[in-house]
Design a protein around this ligand. Structure first.
Ligand code: CTP
Length: 413
C-alpha cells in the first residue's frame, strides 16, 4: 500500500518517525506531508531518513518537474493517515479549509482518510471538536483513538494519540478485509424528493437519507465505486462517493437513467414523491388570488424502479429478443404493518412482484426504531427467487452492512 502520513503540530508528532518505521516494516511505501508547526516538534531529517522520501510542507516551492505538487501527491496514496491530528487540523478537514500544504492535499485526495487525534483533554472534549469528529465520521473518515492517559500538558485524560503500533494494527486490519465489490459500480438513491407547487412551496416526506448514505459508505468499504443520486439529505455525503443532486422525482428519474448503464447494482432508497403538481406555478402563488381554500391537482410521478426493471425486459415479450442489460435492482419499502411480521412479508412480496426488481427491503415504520428519521432500522430482505433474510435491529450502518452482504452474495457473485 502507498500510505501518506500527514503530521500536524501536536506534541505526539515526536512519535511519528516510529510510525513511519513500523509502516515501512509492514511493507508499505510511506510519504510524509506535514504542517509547519509539526516540524517544530519532530525532526524533518529523522522523517526523511526513515521514510527515504522528502518531507513535504510548502505549497509554493520551485518545481523540479511539471505538475502541481499537492495535486500530484493527493492522487498518490491508497490511504491517508493524519497522526497526530490536532483539534485545528480536524476542524479544517471538517470545514474543507485548505490553507496550507497538508490541508490542501487532504481536500484534493480521493483516498480513504484516518485520523489519530492527539490533544489536551479539554480540547478533545470541546463540543466543537466532538462535532467536527462526528462530521468526519459521517463522511467516512476513520478515527483511531485517542487513548486516555498522561498528557504532555501534565494532566491525565482522553486525548493521547494512540501508540504507533496500534495505529499500524488498525490500518493493517482494514487493508486485510475482503473487498468483494472492488471494480464494481454501485448506484444508490437517497433522501426525500421535493415536488414544488411554486418556487417557495413543495410537497415532501420526512426521509433524512441516512439509510442510503449508510449504504453508500458500506459499498465504498467493500471496494465499490459509488454514485449517490440524492434528493434532500440531512446527513453529509461520505467522502469518496460521487454525489449527484436531484431535487424532484422527475430530476431523480433523469439522473438515474443517465447513470444506470454505468452501474452493476442500483439500490433505490430514495423516498420518491408519488405525486407532483399538475401545473407548478412559475411565480409565488398569492393568497389573495387563491382565496380561502386551495385545491391542488396532483399527477403521478414516474415509477423509477418499475421502469428500470421493465427496461431490462425482452421488448418483444416473446422471450426471443435479447434482454437489455440493466443493473441488479434493489428496492426499499417503508410499510405500516403494525408490528406483524407476516403482514410485512406479504406487503414486501406484493411490492417486489409489482415493481419487478431483484430484491426488496421492507421495514415496518409503525414499530419503534424502524421509522423514517430513526437512528436504527430493521426489516426483511426478500429476493425475487423467494428467499428471505430477516435483518435484526441495528444502527443504519450495521443494517447497511448486512443488507449489502446478502445482496452481494445473492445477486453479484
Ligand atoms: N420508487 C420509485 N419511483 C417512485 C416511487 C417509489 O422508484 N415514483 C421506489 C422507491 O425508491 C422504493 C420503491 O420504489 O425503492 C418502493 O417505494 P414505495 O413508495 O414504498 O412504493 P410505491 O410504489 O410508491 O407504493 P405505495 O403505494 O406503497 O406508496
Amino acid at each position: 500500500m502507498k500510505i501518506l502520513l500527514g503530521i500536524s503540530g501536536g506534541i505526539a508528532a515526536y512519535k511519528t518517525p516510529e510510525l513511519v518505521r513500523l509502516l515501512k516494516k509492514a511493507g508499505h511505501q510511506v510519504r510524509v506531508a506535514c504542517t509547519r508547526n509539526a516540524l517544530e516538534l519532530v525532526s524533518r531529517i529523522a522523517l526523511e531518513t526513515v521514510s527515504g522520501e522528502p518531507v513535504l510542507f510548502e505549497t509554493f516551492t520551485p518545481r523540479t518537474h511539471p505538475g502541481v505538487e499537492h495535486i500530484d501527491l493527493a492522487g498518490w496514496p491508497d490511504a491517508v493517515v493524519i497522526a497526530p491530528a490536532t483539534a485545528n487540523v480536524i476542524a479544517k478537514l471538517a470545514c474543507g479549509l485548505a490553507d496550507d500544504f497538508l490541508t490542501t492535499v487532504l481536500l484534493a485526495t480521493p483516498a480513504p482518510v484516518w485520523i489519530a487525534p492527539g490533544m489536551n483533554t479539554r480540547m478533545w472534549e470541546h463540543p466543537a471538536t466532538l462535532e467536527n469528529v462526528q462530521r468526519l465520521i459521517g463522511r467516512g473518515v476513520g478515527v483511531i483513538g485517542p487513548d486516555s492517559g498522561e498528557l504532555a500538558c501534565g494532566t491525565s485524560g482522553p486525548g493521547r494519540m494512540s501508540e504507533p503500533s496500534v495505529i499500524v494494527g488498525i490500518l493493517e486490519e482494514h487493508f486485510a478485509r475482503p473487498r468483494p465489490l472492488a471494480g464494481r459500480r454501485v448506484l444508490i438513491t437517497a433522501g426525500a424528493t421535493r415536488e414544488h407547487l411554486d418556487p417557495v412551496r413543495f410537497i415532501s416526506n420526512p426521509s433524512t437519507g441516512r439509510m442510503g448514505v449508510a449504504l453508500a459508505r458500506a459499498a465504498r468499504e467493500l471496494g465499490a465505486e459509488v454514485t449517490l443520486v440524492h434528493g434532500h439529505l440531512e446527513v453529509p455525503v461520505p467522502d469518496g462517493v460521487v454525489a449527484v443532486p436531484a431535487g424532484s422525482a422527475i430530476e431523480l428519474h433523469r439522473a438515474v437513467f443517465e447513470w444506470k448503464d454505468r452501474a452493476d447494482l442500483l439500490i433505490m432508497t430514495a423516498a420518491v414523491g408519488d405525486y407532483m403538481s399538475a401545473s407548478p406555478a412559475a411565480e409565488k402563488m398569492k393568497k389573495e388570488a387563491l382565496g380561502a381554500t386551495l385545491t391542488l391537482q396532483l399527477v403521478r410521478t414516474p415509477d423509477i424502479l418499475a421502469e428500470l426493471a421493465q427496461s431490462g425486459n425482452d421488448p418483444s415479450g416473446a422471450g426471443t429478443a435479447p434482454r437489455a442489460p440493466r443493473p441488479k435492482l434493489v428496492g426499499f419499502a417503508a410499510e405500516t404493518a403494525g408490528g406483524d411480521e407476516s403482514r410485512l412479508l406479504e406487503l414486501a412480496r406484493q411490492k417486489l412482484s409489482r415493481k419487478g426488481c431483484d430484491a426488496l427491503f421492507a421495514n415496518d415504520v409503525s414499530i419503534a426504531g424502524a421509522g423514517f428519521a430513526a437512528e436504527t432500522n430493521q426489516g426483511v430482505l426478500l429476493f425475487a427467487d423467494g428467499h428471505v433474510v430477516w435483518v435484526p435491529q441495528g444502527t443504519k450502518d450495521q443494517v447497511a452492512a448486512s443488507l449489502l452482504e446478502s445482496v452481494v452474495a445473492s445477486l453479484l457473485l
